[in-house]
Design a protein around this ligand. Sequence first.
Ligand code: GCB
Length: 579
Amino acid sequence: MIYPKQTTTRSLFDLNGIWDFSRELDAGDYTQGFKAEKQVAVPSSYNDLYTEEVFRTWDKGVWYTRSFTMPRLLREERIVLRFASASYRAAVYLNGVRLGDHETGYTPFEFDITDCVSFDQENRLCVRLDNLLSAETIPMGNLQNQPEPGQFAGQYPDTPFDFFPYGGIQRPVSIYTTSKVAWLESVVVETLVNGADAEVKLAGTLGGTAAKVVIECEETGTRTEAEIAGDRFSGAFAVSDARLWDVKQPELYHARIQILDASGALLDEYTQRFGIRTVEVTKNRVLLNGKPVYLQGFGRHEDFPVIGKGLNHSVNIRDHEILHWIHANSYRTTHYPYSEELIQLADEQGLLIIGETPAVSINFDYVNQNTLKNHKQVLAELIERDRNNPSVIMWSVANEATTDREVAVSYFKELSELARSMDATRPITMVTCKAEKDLVMDFFDVVSVNLYPGWYHLPGQVAEAKEDLRDTLEKMHNAFQKPILITEFGADTIAGLHSLPAEQWSEEYQTELVMGLIEVMRDLDYVVGEHLWNFADFRTAQNFARVGGNKKGVFTRERQPKMLAHFLKKMWATPRYTS
Ligand code: GCB
């Protein structure tokens, strides 16, 4: 699947805006339209739009519907309906015909609707979603409903993670067209740097019957004819004096892919953007284009008042502005793939991304074969979606699984093998909370770890927290002998709460603790980065420890700085490594 774009041969229009919405309140037929309970915005989470509690936490069936008209001038085209995501489980109906399903909430899916779309009358689109998490979904949820009661009960809604389980059509819905004769289905760009030059290889799949595929690099003017074998094509070209993509100068190239018929007529044209850069991991460094880069930044959430996890370009722009203001160079897409548009912004603005699957808090007390099957699917869908984005420098296969259990070993072996078989150009990681007791780190290039000394243990004791951090990191390094990235650390902080001497929840405490812990990290040569938890305060499930959400943000939920932000900005202005 490729990102939908209007091109010289493709039309694109979006179906975003106001749709009709209803909970599935009875066993009636909703597939051809229904009486709306509410109106709903697309893209947006539905949970925080209304004033009634029942909508906020509703995770059972909901229905979305709208109509649209197709312009007759597109009658001869192939028509595709695309959802950039829908949470969690979607079944899509067009004019009463079931088009298909998709499971997991953060990756795109599409349907060829050429045969069931009407050009003579209005089309009715109905989508059923539910957000029912279980031991088999990624992420897991509702574990207390399983035979053994889960240790995570006590949070409402019942999730084993703390961010609010938002649902709905949270990213754009669009229709695009292609020629019916032949079209580009997918493309993978791989770049190889040789000294000052680079080799660029493109390979992908075609739909229909193409006679010829031509690849033209817009920057170099190189035109290459690709080889076609069945529905696959491949081609390569060289770039001399390649301008490498990096944080300061995120140079981008464009490969125009043209699909032609036997007479040379253009059937499909699509431009794929890419960057030329290398990422490697050594004993104690992450190298970008052969030079060490220390990762300074955050774990984050797609989360904002009212819209929940809905795509909002203004919030995306603001977030990247703040990241640049504070001199962050990177973030992890905790705990799921973020919108395609945000990753594209990172490509353009030179931010380094660790792309994470939605596998947060996998608990091996409950895992079964379907959990693994779904986990593999989300990992593959993430890699497929973001592999051409140069900003993505690493894949994170999961966050905080119970990886101190023997059963985790074969599970993560399979996942790491899948990631490596799909993409040999990026390092892979897994984020542990089991410190030196983790059993799966052999499969990964970078050891990522979440540690909360001074918060969940040793509360209020900064000096002891620093010693504890040093001790844990030394043990981990002895055990794994790999570079360590601290992917989470921090303290909940109420903006405006002050305390001298510092104590928990105050701005002083967050500043003292975080700056103290960073001092320890920077004293250890094998630590390759510091990602604070969290970029901004965010909404959580209800739980006595969360006062109006998780308050570990360095910025408030409205994206205003807490005191710590100013200290980080000063420190991050000078990179840890000079070479
Ligand atoms: C973690 C999780 C993150 C939580 C955080 C916290 O370890 O990875 O999702 O929000 O702790 O604040 O408890």
